[in-house]
Design a protein around this ligand. Structure first.
Ligand code: LIP
Length: 263
């Protein structure tokens, strides 16, 4: 795909941050056995990745706004455009030496995500999409899955940790969905969950209580791969509510019906 200059810039930044994280990821395995553990090291790796991305993106587009997991919000001179960045989505996996984490970068224009890049550096899988131009993984065009029957469908979600208030609702979602589908996965990276829906690896994904940087790039990937997205509670804004349902055309309505049932 012949992407825009902005998309190429996002890809460059994601690859650069990904390289830095891969180096650090190799170190994490050694640190697992130390008494202090890899916690501090990983937060440093995370911050360094955001620094690299910010330097690339803001260096080239100084007027755009910024929303990053590590450095927060920073309005630019151009109020219509902002980068939404998670330098390391799947931090817990990274911390435990599990090779399932990604860099996620989105560009928002007038409140709409218009480009997204998710880089799974450990597997060298680069996902990218731009409004109207389709979604890709490396050189391959992505298409959501064509499965139509819920009983054959695989879904993914995130189960809240640390006593988050969304835990009871998520457990109820699982109790409702698990008996009627082929399985529910919990891989620990919202960005990659969405990229996998776009890639047709599973039929749908939902999660409650996540942040815009976890999902922004993934949302455009799903849309550009022919999928559907919506909030868990009908009518709510996805970013504001932090809840999302993403699925192929066939599974979207049935998922909404199940997940939107009253408690
Ligand atoms: C994490 C997600 C994970 C989700 C967590 C968290 P982080 O992002 O991607 O799948 O369940 O709530 O948001 O903190 O690793 O960037």
């Amino acid at each position: 795909m012949q992407g825009s200059a902005n998309l190429n810039l996002m890809i460059k930044a994601a690859r650069k941050a990904g390289r830095s994280l891969v180096k650090d990821f190799r170190e994490v395995e050694n640190l697992q056995v130390s008494s202090k553990g890899p916690g501090d090291f990983v937060s440093k790796a995370d911050r360094e990745a955001e620094r690299i991305i910010k330097e690339e993106l803001r260096g080239a587009r100084p007027s755009y706004g910024w929303l990053g997991e590590e450095t927060g919000e920073d309005a630019g001179e151009d109020p219509t455009r902002r980068w939404i960045v998670d330098p390391l989505d799947g931090t817990t996996n990274f911390l435990h030496g599990l090779p399932h984490w990604a860099v996620s970068i989105a560009l928002e224009h007038k409140g709409e995500v218009v480009a997204g890049v998710i880089f799974d550096a450990a597997k060298d899988e680069l996902y990218y999409a731009e409004k109207g131009l389709g979604a890709f993984m490396n050189e391959t065009r992505l298409r959501v899955s064509g499965r139509r029957n819920m009983i054959e469908a695989i879904f993914a979600t995130g189960v809240p940790f640390g006593g988050k208030s969304t835990l009871p609702a998520t457990l109820q979602d699982l109790a409702r969905l698990m008996p009627v589908c082929a399985g529910v996965r919990r891989f620990g990276s919202a960005a990659l969950d969405l990229a996998y829906v776009a890639a047709g690896r599973y039929e749908g994904y939902w999660e409650r209580g996540i942040n815009p940087w976890d999902m922004a790039a993934g949302l455009i990937l799903v849309k550009e791969a022919g999928g559907f997205i919506g909030p868990v509670r009908e009518g709510r804004d996805i970013f504001e509510s932090g809840s999302v349902i993403a699925a192929n055309a066939e599974m979207f309505e049935p998922m909404c019906k199940i997940l939107r049932q009253p408690a």
